[in-house]
Design a binder for this molecule. Structure first.
Ligand code: UT7
Length: 327
């Protein structure tokens, strides 16, 4: 049976680190509040020259290097983002240019924090159709560019980062992507959204002054939906594959809040030592959070061949989804 396998992983972050202490001098907040309510201690924030596409290209280069694959061998780039370099061209096309991936088609997936899980699912479908294809699935964000730095409800949460995987087809036993599960509910869009910058409310001086190009979130409501949807879709992935929660060797949920991750793990009855949590150092990096965590787990030797890995995402839209992988 042909399955989609991950040949290489990579991640990249900006140079600058912004700590909770730094934020204390920017808005009325405290290290204690941020750490206890979210689990975040610091995050990376881009400076001049660092963009969603440059971080994505760096993460992709590392994934290609691990896989021993040249940029010109890449057939497709699928990039999840909510903070593209520009509206047009798509950021995937700019990554193609940075890499010199001259034979690759490229496009963006616009599914907020679920962007990487959506991108990986699409890559999986293309590989199933043409197993020889080599596809980069990427999640990359410069959330700092769409963060309201005067709104303490949101500005303490987000960070910038990129993560990438290179996938292709394999007949190597049971290894590879076992199942993918995607959902959305557009009726709940007003709980997490960016009001300005689109055709309904185009860019204007007024929009800029009100910082309406930035993320607005009803945190409490999002929290409840996140716990429910992450739990439900993870259960679906486990049951679809006739598995039990205790079979999962590494659970990688979207890193939005340490309390959400712990609550979902508790409901799934997955022990905490099997839950990958790195939000402390990155904050919420939206579509980048899962591939960054996957790359860390991979490079640190936490993943062994044959391990069951469960990816679980939730974000604006709402969108959510899971991917079950035999490593
Ligand atoms: O990535 C996509 C999905 N996103 C998520 O899943 C995020 C989901 N939501 C959350 O993670 C949490 O709801 C937050 C971390 C955003 C907020 O935590 P919370 O425990 O739900 O806090 P809250 O919004 O209920 O606010 C509690 C209090 C409020 O004060 P009052 O009204 O009780 O006096 C806030 O004004 O905390 C206050 N507060 C802050 N205080 C210090 C809110 N932000 C801050 C802050 N520093 N940065």
């Amino acid at each position: 049976m042909i399955r989609t396998v991950i040949l290489g992983t990579g991640a990249a972050v900006p140079k600058k680190v912004l700590t909770n202490q730094d934020l204390e001098s920017m808005v009325e907040t405290s290290d204690e509040w941020i750490a206890t309510r979210t689990g975040i201690k610091s995050r990376y924030i881009a400076e001049d020259g660092e963009t969603t596409s440059t971080l994505a290209a760096e993460a992709a280069r590392r994934a290609l290097e691990m896989a021993g694959v040249k940029p010109e061998e890449v057939d497709m780039i699928v990039l999840g983002t909510t903070s593209p370099d520009m509206i047009m061209p798509n950021t995937g096309a700019l990554v193609q240019k940075h890499l010199g991936a001259v034979n690759a088609s490229a496009f963006d997936i616009y599914a907020a924090c679920s962007g990487f899980v959506y991108a990986l699912t699409i890559a999986d479908k293309f590989v199933k159709e043409s197993p020889e294809k080599k596809i980069l699935a990427i999640g990359s964000e410069l959330l700092s560019s769409i963060t309201d730095w005067q709104d303490r409800n949101t500005c303490v949460l987000f960070g910038d980062a990129a993560g990438a995987v290179l996938v292709s087809g394999s007949t190597d036993g049971d290894r590879g992507i076992l199942s993918t599960h995607l959902y959305s509910d557009g009726c709940l869009w007003e709980l997490l959204y960016i009001p300005g910058g689109g055709c309904i409310y185009p860019p204007s001086a007024e929009m800029a002054e009100k910082r309406d190009y930035c993320i607005r979130m009803h945190g409490n409501e999002v929290y409840k939906h996140a716990v429910r949807s992450l739990t439900d879709v993870a259960w679906e992935a486990i049951r679809t594959n006739n598995l039990k929660p205790e079979d999962v060797d590494l659970f990688i949920p979207h890193q939005a809040n340490i309390r959400i991750m712990k609550k979902v793990a508790e409901r799934l009855e997955i022990q905490e030592d099997r839950v990958y949590m790195n939000i402390e150092r990155y904050g919420n990096t939206s579509s980048a959070s899962i591939p960054v965590a996957l790359d860390e787990a991979n490079r640190s030797g936490r993943l062994k061949q044959g391990d069951l890995v469960l990816l679980d995402a939730f974000g604006g839209g709402f969108t959510w989804g899971a991917v079950m992988i035999r490593w």
